[in-house]
Design a protein around this ligand. Structure first.
Ligand code: BMA
Length: 398
């Protein structure tokens, strides 16, 4: 009798397992129905429509590598032609290129890290023509004080956001800033007249308090209004339809509700992003894994794309960072593997760099990392702006 009961219980357990496996397969299949991935801008350009669809096709199995200012400078060089530290090591550029337009709102010829906007424009267009992805962040100068994005008053609300919203004392100044952003985006024109599709990532790391749009400096509703106004002004007033929008708070939320607290809305956001310089650098990979799984699940539920929009280990002093730390997290589960890309921050100089160059002790480790079957660089992604019925990985010579 006892044996029979045990046998019966085992059968039930097996049936449960089978059911769980079936459920899992179903969720992956659902995620692969790429026709459900529709950009939040209902008037999006063809380039954006195809880009989003292609991101959705790649996301379940592949993670693209990105680097901030990859083509503008490296650890030991300032100006190059078709050069990047990543290409110097691996033979290919990254698949995703990060840029920052902080300073455009002041009419400056160079951004806050001295990258000339004319050069940035050329590089963005050349990335577009090669089928790679451009993502732009904006360290916007404070439109009220005229100072930088960073604030000294990390413990007190400074009320900047409310002043720049409609009805606020500095709303007109803010609109002028956005006009300059729009002018720059309108200038990203390829020879065929099309505008380079861009993943725009404004008001990032808003769960921290270091930027004037950070959590302590505005209410949930004020933040959402800031994001909504920005999208609406670029999309409707300026008629820009070459943009996907990324929302990227800083790491540290406990669950989906925590992540979504300041999420501005499905009609505004395409990329469910995350910035994290903390977890791995403080010895807590489980934090990065849990936050990646949270954003990946939100993205699946909403038919959107999840990405690790900023990360890195400054100076890469920990040997094996890429394979043992970062890859272990990215390759932790089906959910973490469904992240679309990882963007490492910039290689300013010997003191600040998040990517090795060929002479760096971490170069070999990065080469190993890139060999992983889930990792993609510019030389093996398809042209992201073309339509493919089925996924089409290439072996381009870049
Ligand atoms: C920070 C640092 C700064 C830089 C800023 C904007 O993380 O890299 O040196 O000015 O980003 O790119």
């Amino acid at each position: 009798m006892k044996n029979r009961t045990t046998h019966f219980l085992r059968l039930i357990a097996k049936a449960d397992l089978l059911f769980a496996v079936l459920l899992l397969c179903q969720s992956v299949t659902a995620q692969r129905d790429v026709s459900k991935f529709i950009a939040s801008d209902k008037m999006a350009d063809t380039g954006i429509v195809n880009l989003y669809r292609n991101m959705a096709m790649l996301a379940p199995d592949y993670i693209m590598i990105g680097h901030q200012d990859a083509l503008s400078y490296g650890i030991n060089w300032k100006k190059g032609t078709d050069r990047s530290d990543i290409k110097d090591i691996t033979g290919s550029h990254p698949a995703v290129f990060g840029w920052d337009i902080g300073g455009i709102e002041l009419g400056n010829p160079v951004n806050l890290d001295s990258v000339p906007f004319d050069e940035m424009r050329k590089n963005i267009i050349s990335v577009y023509l090669k089928g790679g992805i451009n993502t732009i962040s904006w360290h916007d100068n404070n439109p009220v004080t005229g100072k930088s994005s960073w604030v000294d008053d990390k413990n007190n609300s400074n009320g900047i956001v409310v002043k720049i919203l409609p009805g606020g004392s500095h709303h007109e100044e803010f609109k002028k800033q956005l006009d300059k952003v729009a002018d720059f985006i309108k200038s990203l024109k390829a020879p065929d007249g099309s505008l380079a599709p861009i993943v725009f990532r404004p008001w990032h790391e808003n769960s921290g308090n270091w930027f004037w749009w950070g959590a302590i400096h505005c209410s949930v509703e004020e933040y959402k209004s800031l994001y909504r106004f920005t999208v609406d002004y670029l999309r409707n007033t300026h008629q820009l339809h070459n943009l996907l929008f990324a929302y990227s708070p800083d790491v540290g939320f406990k669950d989906a509700a925590g992540y979504l607290e300041r999420y501005p809305g499905d009609d505004l956001v395409d990329i469910i992003g995350l910035d994290d310089y903390n977890s791995l650098n403080t010895g807590h990979p489980e934090k990065l894994v849990s936050n990646l799984e949270i954003i990946a699940q939100i993205a699946i539920d909403k038919n959107k794309i999840a990405a690790l929009t900023e990360t890195g280990c400054n100076r890469l002093e920990r040997k094996d960072y890429f394979t043992k730390e970062m890859l272990s997290c990215l390759d932790h589960s089906e959910l973490t593997r469904s992240i679309s890309w990882v963007l490492f921050w910039r290689n300013a100089d010997e003191k600040q760099h998040f990517m090795p160059d060929p002479r760096h002790p971490a170069a070999e480790n990065f080469k190993e990392f890139v060999k992983n079957k889930h990792i993609l660089m510019l030389n093996n992604i398809p042209d992201m702006y073309k339509y493919y019925k089925k996924l089409n990985l290439t072996g381009k010579d870049i």
